[in-house]
Design a binder for this molecule. Sequence first.
Ligand code: NDP
Length: 310
Amino acid sequence: MIPNILFAARPEQWDIYEKPLKSALSEAGVTANLALDLAPEEVDYMVYAPNSAVQDFTPYTRLKAVLNLWAGVENIVGNQTLKVPLARMVDHGLTQGMVEWVTGHVLRHHLGMDAHILGQDGVWRKTIPPLAEDRPVTVLGLGVLGQACAKALRGLGFPVTGWGRSARTVPGITCLSGDEGLRTALQRAEILVLLLPKTAETENLMNAERLAMLPKGAMIVNPGRGPLIDDDALLAALDTGHVGHATLDVFRVEPLPPAHPYWAHPRVTVTPHIASETRPITAARVIIENVRRGETGAPYLHLVDRAKGY
Ligand code: NDP
C-alpha cells in the first residue's frame, strides 16, 4: 500500500515545503501520497513541527513515525500520546546556517567590531584585538551544531573547549564532560557559545554560580534555548560588567516582550530566533530519507532519545 504522509507543521509552511518534499520523493524513488489534510487513521508518517495544531496523537492509529522539521524537540519530547519513533531535524542547511551565525557573532565580539561600526564620530579609535589563537572559546553542547561550530571556530584559530554529557574526542577540540569539566570549560571561556537543548537538566545551567566562573568580561552567545540561562542572574552579571556582553537569539518567551530588560540593556544584543532555519530543499531530503527507511525496514536517522529529552 502506498504510504500517506501528512504535512502537520503549520499550514502556512505548506507552500514552502510542498515542492521540495515532492521533489525529494521523486529523487529518492519513493511513491507516497503527501497531503495537508488526511483522516488521522490513514496517516503513516507525519511531517511535524512542535508548534503544530496536532498535539494529541491518539487518533493516528496507523502512524509509523513523526518527522520533525526542527532540531529542538522540547515541546514534543514529553508528549505521552506519541508512541512511535520521533526523528529530529539534522540538515546540512541548518548546520551551515548555525556555523555562519555563531562564527559571525563570535568574530564581532573577538574583534570588538562595535567600537568602529557604532562609533562613526570622528574619533580615531585604534584598538588592536588579540589574535584568535589567544582568545579561548568554549562551546557548551557538542552535538551536531555544537561540534560544527567548534570545528569552524578552531579553523579560525581559536583554542576551543567543548562540553557535553558524554566523554568524546573531536580532533582539535578539548572535549570535557561532567561537573568538573564544566567548571574548567567556563573558567577559560572568554567567549561562551551555548548550543545545548532545553531539558530538565540544562534549564538554568547558566545560573549565578556558573556565570561567576567565567573570566571577567566574558561574552556569551546563546543560540541554544532561552531557559539555559537564568535571566535575572545574567542581567546582574551584565550590570556589574562581569559578563561583558550577551548576544541572545532565544528566550523563555518568544517573541521577547517589548518591555523585557534585555531589549534596553547596553550590553545585550537581541536577535529574533534567527540563528539558523531549517532549509526546505535539504530538509525535505532528510524527511523523505526517513520515509524510505521506514518503508524498507531500515533504522530511522536522527531519532530522539525520549528518556534523555533530546
Ligand atoms: P544535539 O542533540 O545534536 O546535541 C546536543 C548536545 O547537548 C550534545 O552534545 C549533548 O551531549 C549535549 N547535552 C544535552 N544535555 C546535556 C547535559 N545535561 N549536560 C551536558 N551536555 C548535554 O543537538 P543539536 O546540536 O542539533 O542542537 C542543539 C540545540 O540547538 C537544539 O536543541 C536547539 O535547542 C538549538 N537550535 C537553535 C536554533 C536557532 O535558530 N536558534 C536552530 C537549531 C537548533 P551528548 O552528545 O553527550 O549527548
